[in-house]
Write a protein that binds this ligand. Structure first.
Ligand SMILES: [Zn+2]
Length: 135
């Protein structure tokens, strides 16, 4: 069994690329960065060598990985950290506050479809983030 603790990333070693195109990331001389020979992505080393972060300008979020000795595991994305709990909080607040009110109302039969629409609208961004993160 491999240790589940992240290993320090050695700036003098080649690693498989986390892009899953079977690329290799090789150290870029005189920088704390790696470049992939397949996907042309640049990765920078953060957190004193324990985090590999994708250098990306095309996505609103960043992907990062930790090296487990034989494979990469996803660490976080910048957007997931801040946005997803916020979206979940909004949905939760809607459920707790709005839904009982709507159900008690004499107009509940008219309101419930709108509550459902609002819930779907609130869930949609969270779903989009989840789909983007899943790739
Ligand atoms: Zn790659």
């Amino acid at each position: 069994m491999q240790s589940q603790k992240p290993h320090k990333i050695d700036l003098n070693t080649e690693y498989p690329c986390p892009c899953r195109r079977r690329g290799r990331i090789v150290p870029i001389v005189l920088t704390e960065a790696f470049g992939c020979n397949r996907c042309q992505q640049i990765f920078v080393v953060e957190e004193n060598g324990y985090l590999l972060e994708q250098l990306s300008t095309t996505y609103p979020y960043k992907q990062a990985w930790r090296w487990m000795g034989d494979r990469w595991t996803k660490a976080y994305t910048g957007m997931k950290d801040s946005y997803l709990p916020l979206a979940m909080g909004i949905v939760f607040a809607l459920l707790v506050v709005w839904l009982p009110l709507a159900l008690q109302s004499p107009l509940s039969s008219n309101i419930i479809p709108w509550v459902l629409v609002a819930l779907i609208l609130a869930l949609l961004p969270a779903l989009m983030v989840w789909l983007a993160y899943r790739r």
